[in-house]
Ligand binder design. Structure first.
Ligand code: SF4
Ligand code: SF4
Length: 464
C-alpha cells in the first residue's frame, strides 16, 4: 500500500477516534450550554497557572499543593469516603488530581522527574475524573480539621471547580440561577419586586394572626443600622424562620430594613467561581450602599453568610460589617433585650451545625444559645461543632436534582445516623441548603423528626 494512502487511513482513524471521543463525552448535569470542547488541556493548565499567581491563593496553594503526607487521616474524617469506601472519594485522591498537574507543569522536579515525584501530564480522562470527583465532595472541610499538615482539601476542590469553570463546566443549576440573579429579574427564584413586597405584607398579617402582635417588615428605610437580607427562597419555603426573625428584631428594638431593589443573599459563586461570587456580592453591597445602612445582617443561611463575611474585604466595592442574624439574636438574649419562655416548646430539639457557619466561620455557640433559651430540652448531635457531619448536600449539591440519589443514599447517610441516635423530635438547621437536604433525608428515610429553622422557635417562645 502506498505511503500516502496509509497516512490518510491513519489520519481518518485518528479523526474517527476524536469524533467518537467527542460524541461519547457527556456532562450529565455539569455542563453549561457551551462546554469548551477544543484545547481543554491547554485552557485548564493555563488557568491553573493564573490561579497560582493570584495573591489570594498563592501562599495557600503553595502549601496545599506541595504538602501531603499521604497519611489518609482525612479519609477517616470524610463522611462520603466513610460511606462509600471508594478511591474516588478519598480526599487526598481528589487533591492529587490537581497536585499532579501542578507538579508536571509548574515545578522543576515534576518537569524533569515526572511520575517519580507524582507529576503527570494532564489527559482528557483526568479532566473527566475531576468533573466527577470535584462535584462529589461537599466542600464541608471536616477533613481539613484533622489534617496534620494543615491541608484544606475543600479549598482545593473549590479551585478545581473554578478551573473546570474555565472550560464552562459547572452544574446547569448554578449557572442558570446565578445568571438570573445577576441579570433580568435579579434573584434566583424569579420573584418580581411586587410579589416580594406582597410577601412581606403577607408575613406581617400572618404574625398578627398567629401571635396577636403587630410586627413590621420595614423596607427601603434609608440610614437604618442594619440591612437584613436572606436567601429569597426563604420567603417561599421558610416563612416561620423569617417571621421569628422579624419578631426578634422588633422586640429587641433593632433599627433595620429590607431592601426591595436586591433581596437575595444566595451566592452560588462560592461553590465554583470567583467572578460570580464577586458580582453577586457587589449587587448586595450596592443595595446596602443605596440604603446608606451601617451594617449588613444576613439571614440564618450558612453559605450566604460565608460569601458575604469572607469576600467583602476581598472583592467588595463597598465595605460593610457583616453579621449573621443568629449572632445578633443571641447577643440580644444575653443583653436581656429579648425574653424567651422555653416552657412553650416542650419537645426535644437538636441543632445541626452547617459547615459554612461552623467550620467555615466558627459560629457554633450563638445558635445553641438561642435554641437553649427557647426550648425545654436540648440535645446535641454527636459529634457536633467542628466535628459535625455535613448534611450531605453541601457545596451546592443540594440544588442539583440529578444528585438526589447520591445525596440520599451516600452523602447524607452519616447525617441520618446522627439524627436517629439523637432521639430528637425537631432538628433546627439554620442554613437554607441544609434545611432542604435534611427535609429530603427525613422524607426519604422516614425519620420521625421535623426540620425547622432556629428563629422558628421564637414564634411561640418570644415574650413581647
Ligand atoms: S471537604 Fe468534606 S466531602 Fe470533601 S473531602 Fe473533605 S470531608 Fe470529604
Ligand atoms: S490528612 Fe492531610 S496530609 Fe494526610 S493524606 Fe489527607 S491531606 Fe494529605
Amino acid at each position: 500500500m502506498p505511503q500516502t494512502v496509509k497516512k490518510e487511513e491513519a489520519n481518518m482513524e485518528k479523526n474517527n477516534k476524536q469524533t467518537e471521543k467527542k460524541q461519547k463525552r457527556s456532562y450529565p448535569f455539569y455542563a453549561v450550554e457551551n462546554p469548551v470542547e477544543e484545547n481543554r488541556i491547554h485552557v485548564f493548565v493555563e488557568t491553573l497557572g493564573a490561579v497560582l499567581k493570584d495573591e489570594k491563593y498563592k501562599l495557600l496553594l503553595d502549601l496545599y499543593l506541595n504538602t501531603c503526607a499521604s497519611c489518609n487521616s482525612c479519609a477517616e474524617q470524610c463522611h462520603l469516603y466513610q460511606t462509600t469506601h471508594e478511591e474516588k472519594d478519598l480526599p487526598a485522591y481528589r487533591s492529587n488530581l490537581l497536585r499532579s498537574v501542578y507538579r508536571k507543569y509548574y515545578t522543576t522536579s515534576g518537569k524533569v522527574l515526572g511520575r517519580f515525584v507524582g507529576a503527570k501530564a494532564l489527559e482528557e480522562s483526568d479532566i473527566d475524573a475531576m468533573i466527577e470527583s470535584f462535584y462529589r465532595c461537599t466542600m464541608c472541610r471536616r477533613c481539613a480539621v484533622e489534617c496534620p499538615m494543615g491541608v484544606d482539601n475543600a479549598l482545593l476542590t473549590r479551585i478545581g471547580r473554578c478551573l473546570l469553570g474555565a472550560l464552562n463546566i459547572a452544574p446547569k443549576n448554578f449557572t442558570l440561577s446565578s445568571t438570573q440573579e445577576l441579570t433580568g429579574i435579579g434573584n434566583t427564584s424569579g420573584i418580581p419586586k411586587e410579589a416580594f413586597i406582597d410577601t412581606l405584607d403577607f408575613l406581617q398579617d400572618e404574625i398578627k394572626d398567629m401571635t396577636g402582635h403587630a410586627v413590621e417588615f420595614p423596607r427601603d428605610k434609608v440610614g437604618a443600622e442594619y440591612m437584613f437580607i436572606a436567601p429569597v427562597s426563604d420567603y417561599i419555603m421558610e416563612a416561620d424562620t423569617l417571621m421569628g426573625t422579624a419578631m426578634a428584631l422588633q422586640a429587641a428594638g433593632a433599627d433595620w430594613t429590607i431592601g426591595t431593589s436586591f433581596y437575595d443573599a444566595i451566592n452560588y459563586g462560592l461553590f465554583y467561581s470567583d467572578g460570580i461570587t464577586s458580582d453577586i456580592l457587589n449587587k448586595l453591597l450596592a443595595e446596602a450602599e443605596r440604603l446608606k445602612v451601617k451594617k449588613i445582617l444576613i439571614g440564618e443561611c450558612g453559605h450566604a453568610t460565608k460569601a458575604a463575611k469572607l469576600f467583602t474585604d476581598v472583592f467588595g466595592k463597598y465595605k460593610f460589617p457583616v453579621r449573621n442574624i443568629m449572632e445578633y439574636t443571641a447577643e440580644a438574649i444575653e443583653q436581656g433585650k429579648l425574653k424567651l419562655n422555653p416552657k412553650v416548646n416542650t419537645e426535644t430539639v437538636t441543632y445541626h451545625d452547617p459547615c459554612n457557619l461552623g467550620r467555615g466561620l466558627g459560629i457554633y455557640e450563638p445558635p445553641r444559645d438561642i435554641v437553649k433559651a427557647a426550648v425545654m430540652h436540648f440535645v446535641d448531635l454527636q459529634p457536633n461543632r467542628e466535628k459535625n457531619y455535613c448534611c450531605g448536600g453541601g457545596g451546592g449539591s443540594v440544588t442539583v436534582q440529578d444528585l438526589h440519589d447520591f445525596r440520599m443514599n451516600l452523602a447524607g447517610i452519616k447525617k441520618v445516623e446522627q439524627i436517629k441516635a439523637s432521639g430528637a423530635k425537631y432538628i433546627a438547621a439554620p442554613c437554607a441548603n441544609c434545611k432542604k437536604q435534611l427535609k429530603e433525608l427525613v422524607e426519604y428515610h422516614k425519620l420521625p423528626v421535623t426540620v425547622i429553622g432556629v428563629h422558628d422557635l421564637l414564634i411561640k417562645s418570644l415574650v413581647f
